[in-house]
Write a protein that binds this ligand. Structure first.
Ligand SMILES: Cc1cc2nc3c(=O)[nH]c(=O)nc-3n(C[C@H](O)[C@H](O)[C@H](O)COP(=O)(O)OP(=O)(O)OC[C@H]3O[C@@H](n4cnc5c(N)ncnc54)[C@H](O)[C@@H]3O)c2cc1C
Length: 293
């Protein structure tokens, strides 16, 4: 009996993950599973546990680097109508984990709910944004989260208040669980001014980094305390450095862009080079922001 017996309708074997990541890199997932609702997700997690299958949750792949030989386990994708639901109950917004975050920002602003314009230009799903506590100069998602609904690997649902999520710089505490939905608390306000601020923040962000269409995963490294990873890499003379068809961006040194023909190995080699050169020059150990499977 196959591990996915009874789940055939939602399981696909040997699926290229490059089609599911912003980088467009990486090999196949042994299995790609798309549960249609929370109870199916619980069944999949339980099955992975009993069958001792490694698993990962895939959001929108905007912060992921998948190895060239892929992932030899189960990749779970929260896509489809149920996972993209959103309910507006001003000033609260309840969004399912697969909802596209930029769309959530836009729809909230259109309804006169303001706040998320501060996070303009951050691609990803609601689940991924919460997991990474995504954000930037004008705040992070933690500023708006009121509670998070998690499904533990044991299939138990937990509703956690924001204060129980241990949000920190690009991290949150999920204890191995899956974000299935979140309640955000926004403010009713002047949506015209907020839309204008969204445009300004978006333009400011993309004036200093590669365009949203470039194949990247956003910043590769976290900023070290009191410093900027991009500046350290730039000062190490690495802007424009290439390994194969991957390149440390000439626009922002904390981005590695993948040109046609690049491999994950090329990106990983640039990561190693940047870490080594920055450490030699400054003694700073750069830490990855991007998730490497
Ligand atoms: C052009 C560009 C610009 C970016 N700018 C920013 C920025 O300004 N600030 C910033 O913080 N980030 C930025 N990023 C990175 C990215 O947008 C964020 O990290 C985002 O949160 C990733 O969400 P995702 O759904 O794509 O997650 P994925 O990349 O799919 O996954 C990232 C991690 O989250 C986990 N995950 C995903 N969904 C769930 C879930 N439902 N439950 C539990 N775990 C989950 C995955 O297993 C993985 O470990 C940028 C990326 C790009 C490509």
């Amino acid at each position: 009996m196959s591990w996915c017996s009874g789940l055939e309708a939602i399981c696909q074997a040997d699926v290229p993950l490059r089609d599911h990541t912003w980088y467009g890199l990486g090999g196949p997932a042994a299995w790609l599973v798309s549960p249609r609702d929370e109870s199916e997700l619980a069944t999949v997690l339980a099955r992975c546990t009993t069958e001792k299958m490694q698993w990962r949750i895939l959001g929108h792949g905007a912060n992921l680097l998948v190895p060239d030989d892929g992932f030899q386990g189960v990749v779970i994708r929260l896509a489809g109508e149920v996972w993209e639901r959103v309910a507006f109950r001003p000033p609260l917004v309840e969004a399912a984990a697969g909802m596209d975050f930029p769309k959530l920002v836009k729809h909230s602003l259109e309804r006169g709910l303001v706040g998320l314009e501060n996070l303009a230009g951050i691609p990803g799903s609601v689940g991924g944004v919460i997991r990474q506590n995504a954000g930037g100069r004008y705040g992070t998602i933690a500023d708006y989260v009121r509670q998070v609904r998690l499904l533990g690997a044991d299939g138990e649902v937990q509703v956690r208040a924001a204060t129980e999520m241990a949000f920190a710089y690009r991290s949150s505490q999920l204890d191995g669980g899956v974000v299935v939905a979140a309640t955000l608390e926004l403010q009713t306000g002047d949506s015209t001014a907020a839309l204008e601020r969204h445009r300004t923040i978006w333009s400011e962000k993309y004036a200093s980094q590669p365009p949203v269409s470039a194949r990247s995963a956003g910043c590769i490294f976290k900023n070290p305390p009191g410093g900027a990873a991009g500046r350290l890499i730039d000062e190490a003379g690495l802007k424009g450095q290439r390994c194969g068809a991957a390149e440390i961006s000439t626009k922002h040194a904390n981005f590695i862009v993948a040109h046609p023909g690049a491999t994950t190995r090329n990106v990983l080699d640039l990561i190693t080079l940047a870490k080594e050169r920055v450490f030699e020059r400054t003694g700073v150990q750069l830490e990855l922001e991007v998730e490497v499977w």
